[in-house]
Every structure is written in structure tokens, then in C-alpha cells.
Design a protein around this ligand. Structure first.
Ligand code: HEM
Length: 289
């Protein structure tokens, strides 16, 4: 839950363009608790504001949105630390759990560091893609831990397991295309002073068309996986989620492309891509060869 909350919070930061609300990291305007009013800014606050690319003024809403995002990240880190300490009780019986919990803790730490790099580089490209891929890996490890602790009923079906695996791969490729589109949107929107949203899509290059068309391939595979699971009588809560999330992704994509990228559609598009990945991954975990 906490992992999802942090992903959604990151999406909200982006939607509200609050990413540079705290121009430094880990502190915010050099303070551990950021100001609620411009009058509380430190004397050298202009050196911080210079790093912002949006309005170069203090915006309490942007600052606190970004700050709460960081607090949630820190809370997640703390929860994972507790989880790791708890996992040590499996030292003699099931060491895999300990490695998974440690991996999750380290990756989340790396993600926080990447967050800092994203801020340092003024939300620079490539790092955003890495940030997204690490987020997915974190979600996958979290699910693997849950699965390892209580595997529930497993289903023997090699064909389904393989086709789900291929679909997972296609979804990851689509997510990489998606982040490439998003990186372009970042550059275009910045160049246009975050105005004229209606013109952003027309300035995208071919990667947008590849992303758009590839969604049909992804959708076809997801549909196939969905119906194969139904046909084989395997009942999993995540199976309908595959269909719901791929459908929502495409609808949201079409809305963004045709209705001037409504800000709310951006984090939802991001969220459903993660839900799609997690749902498929869960179905893969529950089938054995
Ligand atoms: C299986 C279907 C799809 C998946 C899994 C997917 C996934 C993604 C992901 C992960 C991103 C990056 C989001 C971010 O970093 O904030 C993205 C961005 C984007 N996608 Fe998709 N997408 C799909 C379908 C579509 C379709 C059909 C369209 C258009 C018709 C579309 C249009 C866009 C646009 C415009 C962006 C940039 C959004 C932004 O700047 O926040 N997507 N997509």
C-alpha cells in the first residue's frame, strides 16, 4: 500500500508541476520543515529560487506538495527498515525473505537518491525513466515478498505462465516508450512556459506514434491472457485488473492526445501502467510450470 501511495504522490507532484517546489534536497530551501509563507524564507532564498524552472517565485502549494511527497518517501523507508528488522527472524528458516526485504530497502534508498539526482538535474530526462523502472522493480519485489510469505493456491499451467511473462515484457517496453514520450512532454512544456497545452502533442516526434500503436499489441496480448485465464478456470482477483487497467490506459491516452493533456490524466495514466504491471506479475507468480 505504502509503495502505491508513494507512486501516486509522485504523480500528483508532477500533475501540479510541484517537482521543483523544493529546489534543494534533502532539505527544502535549506530547512527541514519548509516555510508556509514567503516571509519565513532564508536570507539567501534567491539562490534557491534561481534553480526553479517554472516561476522563480515562492509557491507555498508547490513547496508543500513536494515536501509531503518526500515525507511519504521517508515513511516508506522507515516501514521498510522495520520490515527488514522483522525479516531477520527468518534467518534460520527462510533466508530468501531477508534478501528480498534487504533488496527492497536498498532499492528504495537508491530511488530516494535518484529523486535527488532528478532535482539536481532540474528533472532531467533519462533519470526519469530510471526512476520509473526502479519504482516498478520495487512494486515487483514487494509483491514477491507477499507471495513468498503466503503463496496461496498455485496453478500448474506452463503455457499461461509463459504467455503472461511475454506480456509482462511487452508492458515494460511500452512503459519505456511512455516515459520517452513523457520526457519529450517535459521539454516541450518547459519550452512553452507550461502554457498552450493543446499544442504539446503536435510537437512530439515519432516515439509518440510508436507508443500509441504499440498499445494495440499490448492490449491484444492482455486480452489473450485475460481470456486464457478465464478459460482455464483459474480465479484470481488480478485477472480482471489486467483488462481494466489496459483499457483505462488506452482511454486515458486517447483523452490526453485529443483533449489537451488534462493534468489529472497524467498521474492516472502513470498509475494504471503500474497496476497493469502488478496485476500481470501477480498472475505470473500464481502459475507454475
Ligand atoms: C498499454 C497501454 C499504455 C501504457 C502501458 C502506457 C504507459 C505510459 C507510461 C508509463 C507513460 C509515462 C508516464 C509518466 O512518466 O508520467 C506514458 C506516457 C504517455 N502516454 Fe501512454 N501508455 C499506454 C497507452 C497510450 C496511448 C494509447 C496513448 C495515446 C493515444 C498514450 C499517450 C501517452 C502520452 C501523451 C504520454 C505522456 C504523458 C505525460 O506527459 O504525463 N499512451 N504512457
Amino acid at each position: 500500500m505504502a509503495v502505491f501511495l508513494v507512486i501516486v504522490a509522485g504523480g500528483v507532484v508532477r500533475m501540479t508541476q510541484s517537482g521543483m517546489g523544493c529546489p534543494d534536497w534533502p532539505r527544502c530551501f535549506g530547512m527541514w520543515v519548509p516555510p508556509t509563507d514567503a516571509s519565513q524564507l532564508p536570507a539567501n532564498y534567491e539562490s534557491y529560487l534561481k534553480q526553479q524552472d517554472i516561476d522563480h517565485t515562492f509557491n507555498v502549494f508547490h513547496t508543500w506538495t513536494e515536501y509531503i511527497n518526500r515525507l511519504l518517501g521517508a515513511l516508506l523507508g522507515l516501514l521498510l527498515l522495520v520490515q527488514f528488522a522483522w525479516s531477520l527472524k527468518y534467518w534460520k528458516t527462510d533466508r530468501k525473505i531477508i534478501w528480498l526485504c534487504l533488496g527492497l530497502l536498498i532499492l528504495t534508498g537508491i530511488q530516494g537518491w535518484l529523486g535527488k539526482r532528478v532535482v539536481d538535474a532540474n528533472l532531467a530526462t533519462v533519470k526519469i525513466t530510471t526512476h520509473m523502472l526502479v519504482a516498478i522493480l520495487i512494486a515487483a519485489i514487494a509483491l514477491t515478498i507477499i507471495h513468498h510469505l503466503s503463496p496461496g493456491k498455485l496453478f500448474i499451467n506452463k503455457k499461461l505462465r509463459n504467455i503472461t511473462f511475454v506480456t509482462l515484457g511487452l508492458v515494460i517496453v511500452q512503459i519505456i516508450f511512455g516515459t520517452a514520450v513523457r520526457e519529450q512532454i517535459d521539454e516541450i512544456s518547459k519550452a512553452m512556459g507550461y502554457e498552450n497545452r493543446g499544442n504539446w502533442i503536435s510537437k512530439l516526434d515519432n516515439v509518440f506514434y510508436v507508443h500509441r500503436s504499440f498499445s494495440l499489441v499490448v492490449a491484444a496480448f492482455c486480452l489473450y491472457v485475460f481470456f486464457q485465464f478465464k478459460k482455464s478456470g483459474i480465479r484470481l482477483l488480478s485477472t480482471p485488473l489486467i483488462l481494466i487497467s489496459v483499457f483505462s490506459e488506452i482511454v486515458l491516452g486517447i483523452i490526453m492526445a485529443n483533449f489537451d493533456i488534462p493534468a489529472i490524466a497524467q498521474p492516472l495514466h502513470l498509475l494504471f501502467s503500474t497496476v497493469l504491471f502488478v496485476a500481470l506479475y501477480n498472475n505470473w507468480l500464481k502459475t507454475v510450470a
